[in-house]
Every structure is written in structure tokens, then in C-alpha cells.
Design a protein around this ligand. Structure first.
Ligand code: DP6
Length: 324
């Protein structure tokens, strides 16, 4: 009746930005990510036959409002599939503080999907677990798997993530936490606005499939340069499409731009490094594991006291025990 699962965040190299179907959480395009080995989320789900509603907490703090509604709606979906009317207690915690910008809904809903489906007695294949996690948060579909992962666009059946073989391609990520704290606009709302109002959104949807093909080919030949160039270009395009929204969505600040300059300087100095940026001002730098120190040193030189997190490729979601 009580199951604990652990999942890690993922950072997209080819981004998911825009839904084709809100209710089913179907993406307008496919995407491709690296699962990290830092900042895991640990979630315990316990069924409570005496409760008349779901309850959830973050590091001991009760969830309320829209956060609780989102978790409850997800639990309802799992309970309904299991043919159960029993409510659940969710206890979840992140290894790093939420303000670091990596306390992602991806790790959260991947862990919740695994723990809740097991607690309710559903035996799901990894693919079906990915489809379920998708319903909580799109990017959670990818955190079900470790390493490099592709999430396919499609209908409810066809939109799942799966791991990609990447022999010989060892990737690391240096995360520069430039502005801890809450973002100006949530990614869900920002995506909605982009889809509804950006004249560039059609071009984004048209270009991503080709970028995914090129990325797959680059991964297959373990070509870090091509992987990095495609990653950085795709992030620029995602931000371009949202800058075209009405009103514009701009997550960057001055430090974001300065960090992009640091990354460009790394390359000029012969350190292969490529930037990507999600729905916030932080810059994530993709490089080889051997290059993380050089990248981190340059970021520290540019930003005194900047928080840096260094990650390698991490594992998929796993059940770690019957109880916390
Ligand atoms: C910029 O998966 O958080 O990180 O499906 O609405 O929960 P919802 O969105 P979410 O969006 C992630 C957006 C992104 C790009 C990416 O991870 O692919």
C-alpha cells in the first residue's frame, strides 16, 4: 500500500515547446533529452482507505491550491485506471532546494507516476509508465528513462519516450544558477501563449522533425560537435518562437546573455561547450565530462559566487522501497 520511487530531472537538447492536445498532454513535436544524475526527487505514495481526498506534501510542507489540484487530478487518473476509489497520501522531497531551478516537474511526475501506479497495483510497462507520466507533465515522460531519451509526438498511444543508444558519447552538463527563485511566467502558460499567438510557432513545428533526425544521426556517430551545435541552435529557436508571442515571453536576463558569451569564449579557447536554456534565465552547458572543470572555472570567473551544478548522465525512474 506504500511505495517509494526516485526520479531525476532531464534537460532537453531538442526542446518540447507547445502542446497539440492539452487534456492528453500531447506535444506538438517530438523532443530529446539527457537525464541527469543530480537533484533526484523521492516520492512515497501510500493508499489511505479512510481518507476522502488526496493529500500531498513537499518536504513536509502541505501542498495547496493549483499544485495540489494538479497532483490530485493525476492521482484520480491512476486510481480510475486501477478501478479504485481509494485516496492517496503523497510525500515528496527534492535533494536540492526548489530555488536552484532544477526541481523540475519532470522528475516529480516521473517519480509520482511510478510510485502511484505501483501503489494502486497497476503493472505498467516502461512505455506505458512514460505515457502515464506524460499526463502529469510532458517532460516527465522522458525522466522515466536514463541517459539520452526521445519522446515522440503522436496520439495517446503513440506519444511515449524511449531510451536512445549512444555508444561512445559521454555527455556532461554544467548548470549555472543565475537567478534562483520563481520564474516570471510558468512554462505551461507560456507554451499556451506561444501556440496561440506567436507567428513563429508554425516554423518551430516544421523545423523540429529535421532537427531530431540530425540529432539522432549525430548521436549515432558520437559526434559531440554536431550534438552541441544542434542543441544550442534548438534552444535559440525555442526562445525565438516565444519571443514572438503576444505579449512576448522572455526568460533571459543580462546574466543569461553574458553566460552565452562565456560559452562562446570556451569554444574559441578550444573547450567544446554548448549552451541550452529552458523556461528560466539559467544556462546549462553541454560538454564532455573532462571539460566540466574548464567550463566551471570560466563561469566562476564571469559570475562571482555563482552556484554551479555539475551532472553526468543519470538513470531512469526506479522503485526504491515499500516505504520512505
Ligand atoms: C522548456 O514538461 O514542464 O523545459 O507539459 O506543461 O508540464 P508541461 O510542461 P513541461 O515543459 C518543459 C519545457 C522545457 C523544454 C523541455 O523540457 O523539453
Amino acid at each position: 500500500m506504500s511505495v517509494t520511487a526516485v526520479a531525476h530531472p532531464n534537460i532537453a537538447l531538442i526542446k518540447y515547446w507547445g502542446k497539440a492536445d492539452e487534456r492528453l498532454s500531447l506535444p506538438a513535436t517530438g523532443s530529446l533529452s539527457l537525464t541527469l544524475d543530480i537533484a533526484p526527487t523521492r516520492t512515497t505514495v501510500t493508499l489511505d482507505p479512510s481518507a476522502d481526498q488526496h493529500v500531498a506534501s513537499w518536504s513536509g510542507e502541505p501542498m495547496t491550491g493549483s499544485e495540489l489540484e494538479r497532483v490530485s487530478a493525476f492521482l484520480d487518473l491512476v486510481a480510475e485506471r486501477a478501478g479504485s476509489r481509494t485516496r492517496a497520501v503523497v510525500e515528496t522531497a527534492n535533494e536540492i532546494p526548489t530555488g536552484a531551478g532544477l526541481a523540475s516537474s519532470a522528475a516529480g511526475f516521473a517519480a509520482l507516476a511510478a510510485a502511484a501506479s505501483a501503489a494502486y497495483g497497476l503493472a505498467l510497462s516502461p512505455r506505458d509508465l512514460s505515457r502515464l507520466a506524460r499526463r502529469g507533465s510532458g517532460s516527465a515522460a522522458r525522466s522515466v528513462f536514463g541517459g539520452l531519451v526521445q519522446w515522440h509526438a503522436g496520439d495517446d498511444e503513440g506519444s511515449f519516450a524511449e531510451p536512445i543508444d549512444a555508444p561512445g558519447l559521454d555527455l556532461a552538463l554544467v548548470v549555472a544558477v543565475l537567478a534562483p527563485g520563481r520564474k516570471a511566467i510558468g512554462s505551461r502558460e507560456a507554451m499556451r501563449r506561444t501556440v496561440a499567438t506567436s507567428p513563429f510557432f508554425g516554423a518551430w513545428v516544421a523545423s523540429v522533425p529535421g532537427e531530431l533526425d540530425a540529432m539522432r544521426a549525430a548521436i549515432a556517430r558520437a559526434d559531440l560537435t554536431a550534438v552541441g551545435e544542434l542543441t544550442e541552435a534548438n534552444a535559440m529557436r525555442m526562445h525565438a518562437t516565444m519571443l514572438g508571442a503576444v505579449p512576448p515571453v522572455r526568460y533571459w536576463n543580462a546574466d543569461t546573455v553574458a553566460a552565452l558569451d562565456v560559452v562562446a569564449q570556451c569554444r574559441r579557447d578550444g573547450v567544446e561547450a554548448y549552451a541550452t536554456i529552458d523556461a528560466g534565465p539559467n544556462v546549462k552547458v553541454l560538454c564532455r565530462p573532462e571539460a566540466t572543470t574548464a567550463v566551471a572555472d570560466r563561469l566562476r570567473a564571469a559570475f562571482a559566487d555563482v552556484d554551479l551544478l555539475v551532472s553526468g548522465s543519470g538513470p531512469g525512474v526506479r522503485i526504491v522501497g515499500p516505504a520512505a
